[in-house]
Design a protein. Structure first.
Length: 437
């Protein structure tokens, strides 16, 4: 309206814009308030669900009795659900430094360099092969199953030459066989799988190492302890082992996601003297060594963001492990393993994959299916009765057996009843399928 003047029209427009904007802001605020309320409820429900799920009786929640991941202590799980901290916060720096120091203690290493990396146990194979081997190096693999084969495949990827010393499935090479093998060639590295998760076979690492050193005093002896560390006796310095690798999710009692290693001074010297570049970026020791050294000295450093909550959970679990005493822990796992294996044979009339009791690891047992019973029939039945167990893994006999675990809190804390719950579930499932025992 020309008679009103342009200023009056602009004033009216501004008035309308003001209230339209206010209306939109009020709607947005209401929507944000609603979303915040929904988020808080979701968080509360998740925390409540996590707490309840991990504390309800086994009859309502089947126990996780596979050979990793395993059941986890409630306080360790609670640490996982705490608000994530900055990876350079003073609190996390202390936790990470403490975890590194405790790693050295659990590995029984006097002067080794610990590494805690984000990744699965298989990352340890890459770390060892990438940093300590060069194309054309000779490697002897002491082979006890599927995971020995997989480690060999990893080594070949770095163009090293692999020789195996093997035994039949369920058995292990004798110390004499290993000693004869190291006489044949100048090996730069010998790899040993302490307990092979596919077969349940445990080896005598100390005896092997002594035989190797008699002929190859400077060779790198590297051990895969993914299914043994924290349950089987292992003394890195006393046994003169150069690199020990493991993962968080088995006997160390932490959820999956961390690869943990300790490298000896000899191994670090071999790395420093290499003539070719490391053919890996993420697993390159040069990227991680200054990080680990800094955190252990309680200083922040960065190459890749660490798994903050997992590292804190690991630190707590290692604290609990050390508080109970390592000799006591080894003894208890040995007792529980014998108890489980004896009951399976004598009371349930089952046959083990390992050729004798003493060749079976303390962390798991591999059991042959009875005649006429298959995995698809048996394993769901066991779960119905309260325990989740694992099928076979070795490619040559995968359909012929299943695997159960007895490690970590399930072995150490008898009051939880995990072991008997699992054995009773197996027994009930076999009865359902008309197995006679």
């Amino acid at each position: 309206n020309p008679s009103r003047g342009i200023n009056a029209e602009y004033g009216e427009l501004n008035y309308h814009f003001f209230w339209m904007s206010m209306f939109r802001l009020i709607k947005k605020a209401k929507r944000l308030t609603t979303l915040r309320g929904q988020l808080k409820k979701t968080q509360r429900d998740a925390i409540k669900r996590s707490f309840v799920t991990n504390n309800i009786p086994a009859k309502k929640r089947p126990l996780l009795m596979i050979p990793g991941p395993t059941e986890v202590d409630e306080q360790v799980l609670a640490m996982m659900s705490e608000p994530t901290q900055s990876h350079v916060s003073p609190s996390f720096i202390e936790d990470f430094g403490s975890a590194l120091q405790k790693t050295r203690e659990v590995f029984m290493s006097k002067d080794g360099q610990p590494f805690i990396l984000s990744g699965s146990g298989a990352l340890g194979w890459d770390f060892i092969a990438a940093n300590f081997l060069e194309p054309g190096d000779n490697v002897l693999v002491v082979n006890t199953g599927y995971f020995s084969d997989r480690w060999a495949d990893c080594i070949k990827a770095y163009q090293a030459d692999v020789t195996h010393v093997r035994a039949d499935i369920g058995d292990r090479p004798t110390t004499e066989a290993v000693e004869n093998a190291v006489k044949q060639k100048k090996y730069k590295m010998v790899t040993i799988t302490h307990v092979d998760t596919s077969t349940g076979v445990v080896v005598d690492v100390k005896s092997y190492a002594e035989a190797i050193r008699r002929h190859l005093p400077n060779a790198l002896i590297c051990t895969d302890g993914v299914c043994s560390l924290g349950a089987e006796e292992f003394r890195q310095s006393d046994w003169d082992i150069d690199v020990m690798m493991t993962a968080s999710q088995k006997a160390l009692g932490t959820p999956p996601g961390l690869c943990i290693l300790v490298a000896s001074p000899r191994a670090l010297d071999v790395y420093r003297s290499r003539k070719s570049p490391v053919l890996n970026c993420y697993a390159a020791l040069s990227n991680w060594l200054p990080i680990m050294q800094a955190y252990e000295n309680r200083k922040p450093s960065y190459f890749g963001t660490p798994a903050v909550n997992l590292v804190r959970a690991l630190n707590l679990s290692l604290t609990k492990i050390l508080a109970g005493g390592l000799p006591n822990r080894f003894k208890k796992h040995d007792q529980v393993s014998l108890y489980v294996k004896t009951k399976l044979i004598s009371q349930l009339s089952l046959e083990l994959v390992t050729t004798s009791l003493e060749k079976g690891g303390n962390t798991l047992t591999a059991i042959k299916y009875p005649p006429g019973i298959t995995g698809p029939a048996l394993l769901p039945k066991i779960a119905e009765h309260g325990a989740v167990v694992a099928g076979g893994l070795h490619p040559k006999i995968a359909s012929e057996y299943f695997r159960i675990s007895h490690m970590g809190i399930s072995a150490m804390e008898e009051s939880r009843g995990h072991i008997d719950t699992m054995l009773n579930a197996i027994s009930a499932a076999l009865k359902d399928l008309n197995h006679k025992f």
